[in-house]
Ligand binder design. Sequence first.
Ligand SMILES: Cc1cc2nc3c(=O)[nH]c(=O)nc-3n(C[C@H](O)[C@H](O)[C@H](O)COP(=O)(O)OP(=O)(O)OC[C@H]3O[C@@H](n4cnc5c(N)ncnc54)[C@H](O)[C@@H]3O)c2cc1C
Ligand code: SF4
Length: 472
Amino acid sequence: MAIPRQKMPAQDPVERVGNFKEVNLGLTPEQAQQEALRCIQCKDPVCIAGCPVNIKIDQFIKLIAEGDFMGAVRKIKEDNVLPSICGRVCPQEDQCEKVCVIGKKHEPVAIGNLERFVGDYERTSGQKIDPKIAPPTGKKVAVVGSGPAGLSCANDLAQYGHKVVVFEALHELGGVLMYGIPEFRLPKEIVREELDGLRRMGIEFRTDVVVGRTITIDELMEEEGFDAVFIGVGAGLPWFMGIPGENLVGVLAANEFLTRVNLMKAYDFLKSSDTPVFDCKGKNVAVFGGGNTAMDAVRTAKRLGAEHAYIVYRRSEKEMPAREEEIHNAKEEGIEFLLLTTPLEFVGDEKAWLTGAKCQKMELGEPDDSGRRRPVPVEGSEYILPIDMAIISIGNGPNPLIHQTTPDIEVSKRETIVVDVNTMQTSKENVYAGGDIVTGGATVILAMGAGRKAAAAINEKLGGTAKNFNEW
Ligand SMILES: Cc1cc2nc3c(=O)[nH]c(=O)nc-3n(C[C@H](O)[C@H](O)[C@H](O)COP(=O)(O)OP(=O)(O)OC[C@H]3O[C@@H](n4cnc5c(N)ncnc54)[C@H](O)[C@@H]3O)c2cc1C
Ligand code: SF4
């Protein structure tokens, strides 16, 4: 392969820990065309099956190689309406790029970077590609939750010609894209701009509506006249560790920390924001966990001025669920990794402020059910890690609110909603669900894929005509 994979320019690590601006700067048009030329246009492009929404990867890349960037936008948007977002946050190394044929001998084609380039090109070129909308069917569908699952479902339903109203509990739309993933990985302006595209399609958004409190699913159908409901409420309830000292001042969930900083802009407290956050300046902050959320939280703490920002993880780096790129970025930014370490309790002073975490060293034993080697405590290895703030990031589960107020929707033992995997229909007639509320914490593009599948099934149920999403 003569052309090497094009390296995306990025902010210098020393500079970027002092700001919340995006780390990766995007490919230039020349780089994008060079990268597109690396695609060998396989007869049987296996990368397409690697993408949960089956973007026609070979075709959009060919258009980039030919310099037809708007043509490439149109092609991607046949299958994915949020390319600027997915190109940034998809774990491509486990999806489309994992199966790229070039990747067998060389580095795979940078599909995600090209998708990001195309999405950004549309946003910055002043031209807009909006999909065709089928004639109104007279049917109304309620979408609960405005995360990736809800947004992709709403988009497809609108294209089928149904009236769509999205109900969102928070004051801003976007779900984890808005309150979870930090600005330095996904600028919020981009999320807002991609949402504007959905508004132009006639989708109505109602914020500050907690379904199950403000209105129930039954009321939506019986009183508001919705013909069907899609539930995409995610899995936003943080898990705690259940160890002593977890209620000390200075111990909080990653969700709370990230929501304060991302959604409420607490890093700009007393200027543009009235939401405070723990003052990290010169302090020691430890994040407990090894996933993407943990990386986002620890890199945020560093940007808020933490002297030491630690990742404390009970297994080794190899078992970390976070994306490799994010682990690499975190290391470049001076994050300290305390691996094979687990907290036993949090300790505090007489005023109940956190002062440290009693930790224990671990070693790896036999593989467990997940196939990862189980961490086993090393006797007598306990020590106190002095910290001022502890951020718990060991995962999230579903909020039981919907189930409590709509008991005829069947849930699993883990409180996830049970659906028919082919249609995403729940145990309740005309009620569908998808995304993290069904799978537990997963990925943006899997949630979007579930939203699309549900939209197709809802359309069929409502007697809508099949629509060819390729005809834009
Ligand atoms: C910090 C963090 C970083 C992540 N990084 C990545 C990444 O890099 N790449 C990746 O692919 N995935 C990542 N993920 C996972 C990804 O964001 C989720 O899998 C995805 O957002 C799930 O989409 P969803 O639509 O199911 O739910 P969500 O995005 O959680 O959206 C659900 C929406 O429903 C709303 N809601 C909840 N209850 C109600 C109610 N009762 N009434 C009305 N509205 C309600 C919520 O406020 C929210 O807006 C990350 C997750 C987190 C937390
Ligand atoms: S949406 Fe995600 S998985 Fe699909 S092609 Fe784009 S980067 Fe790959």
